[in-house]
Write a protein that binds this ligand. Structure first.
Ligand code: SDX
Length: 432
């Protein structure tokens, strides 16, 4: 780390404070403020716009250049040349697997795809029309009620088994959510199928006949899962890290990540984009919705646009747009009205000063809903697909944190603006 320093001086007097400046391998330097609390100071950064919460070697984002690397590999190369389980291996272990490692990893995931049969009974407690994300939060958290031999986070073997169980069982649970929602029987995972083929099988096969997924759709979904696998210290990953910092078991931590991802400002945006496009309905109404998005008094925002880090095109959005074209082409849906509306909306927004000045570009969620919907995945399952993909990112980040000797329980402070100390008032004396 560099010996660079920064000095804080105070206009009201007081001793200046020297703080170390730390450098990573890529990205901005950080000011190490850990000693400030001993000098009676906190920093103030609601929403953590200027805060690095941890050291990490997993994912790098350059928001200005629109760069995204998983363990140093550009997302464009991984999306085109890799497969999702290989990316899982890369994110978890830091290197691409050789043929033997890949075969062993894939086989181990296949050994864990079933869930304990008693878990099927939980579903009957949910309403059929429960949102699949509500069920996902419950079911993934409930894995800790069954897999007691992988809860000891201090045990590396337990940590490894829980990682495999999460990578393998989340797709099974996701498909079960869909089947329960539509009243069809659960389809058990098939070890003869690949990871994505198997997920589509569990989603769309029925006991009444054979099912073979369209290879173009399999490849498209593989790419979509890769794009969503990890994204540095986003809200849901930070939630997983914070939950893990207290020593919670991995299943509970991932359930907390799913809960956070559900929000429309985060992973819930893909579902919100489709709802927005359906509400806009026609190109002639784009203008009025853009005006609403720009109006301070209106809570409406252009869903799928803007990003805390990317102030350039989200590299994932470009790959997603291309995947959209491919899938709609394959399915003969090039005239999909929502896709045409999305393309028009993107074009108009990108030429609008409001969006240009604020560097608001389409993000990963803008096109994902259109392509997944075209593949037959219903709107209420879109964030579930995001959670399925992001599980590996959450697990890899959780693993990294648990393995960090400097990791502590996360415990932010505050700027207190409440009442000063005051004496309790008996009921009889109140209201005088
Ligand atoms: C994901 O963090 C990650 O990495 C997340 C993610 C991942 O892979 O984990 O990339 C996945 O969550 C993508 C983002 C999905 N969310 C959406 O598409 C929802 C719509 N987007 C916005 O809600 C918003 O852009 C956020 C939440 C994504 C980012 O918000 P910020 O960084 O807090 O920005 P901000 O709210 O401070 O906005 C800055 C300005 C404001 O205007 P001014 O007050 O400066 O005049 O931009 C405006 C905002 O009003 N603005 C928008 C807008 N997004 C920001 N105006 C209209 N429409 C939008 N979408």
């Amino acid at each position: 780390m560099s010996e660079a320093k920064v000095t804080l001086t105070f206009s009201h007097g007081g001793e200046p404070i020297e703080l170390p400046v730390l450098s990573g391998t890529l990205g901005p330097d950080v000011i190490d403020i850990r000693s400030l609390s001993k000098r009676g100071y906190f920093t103030y950064d609601p929403g953590f716009l200027s805060t690095a919460s941890c050291p990490s070697s997993i994912t790098y984002i350059d928001g200005d250049k629109g760069l995204l690397f998983y363990r140093g590999y550009p997302i464009e190369q991984l999306a085109e040349q890799s497969d999702f389980l290989e990316v899982c291996y890369l994110l978890l272990f830091g290197e691409l697997p050789d043929a033997e490692q890949k075969a062993k990893f894939d086989a181990t995931v296949k050994d864990h795809t079933m869930v304990h049969d008693q878990m099927n009974r939980f579903f009957t407690g949910f309403r059929r029309d429960a949102h699949p994300m509500a069920i996902m939060v419950g079911m993934v958290g409930a894995l800790s009620a069954f897999y007691h031999d992988s809860l000891d986070i201090a045990n590396p073997r337990h940590r490894e088994i829980s990682a495999f169980r999460l990578i393998a069982k989340v797709p099974t649970i996701a498909a079960m959510c869909y089947k329960y929602n539509i009243g069809q029987p659960f389809m058990y995972p098939q070890s003869r199928l690949g990871y994505v083929d198997n997920f589509l099988y569990m989603m769309f096969a029925t006991p009444c006949g054979d099912y073979e997924p369209n290879p173009v759709l399999v490849r498209a979904l593989e790419r979509i899962l890769i794009l969503h696998a990890d994204h540095e210290q986003n809200a849901s990953t930070s939630t997983v890290r914070l939950a893990g910092s207290s020593g919670s078991n991995p299943f509970a931590c991932i359930a907390s990540g799913i809960a956070c991802l559900w929000g429309p400002a985060h992973g819930g945006a893909n579902e919100a984009v489709l709802a927005m496009l359906e509400e806009i309905g026609d190109e002639s109404r784009i203008g009025q919705y853009l005006e609403r998005a720009k109006s301070k008094g209106d809570s409406f925002r252009l869903m799928g646009f803007g990003h805390r880090v990317y102030k350039n095109m989200d590299p994932r959005a470009e790959i997603m747009r291309r995947t959209c074209h491919e899938v709609l082409d394959e399915l003969g849906l090039n005239d999909d009205p929502l896709f045409k509306l999305a393309l028009k909306l993107e074009k108009i927004a990108l030429e609008d000063d409001y969006f240009i000045q604020r560097k608001l570009y389409p993000n990963v969620d803008f096109y994902s809903g259109i392509v997944l919907r075209a593949m037959g995945i219903p709107t209420n399952m879109l964030t579930v697909i995001f959670a399925l993909a992001r599980t590996i990112g959450w697990v890899a980040q959780w693993h990294e944190m648990i393995g960090d000797p400097e990791a502590k329980i996360g415990r932010p402070r505050q700027l207190y603006q409440g009442n000063k100390m005051r004496e309790f008032l008996p009921l009889s004396e109140r209201g005088e």
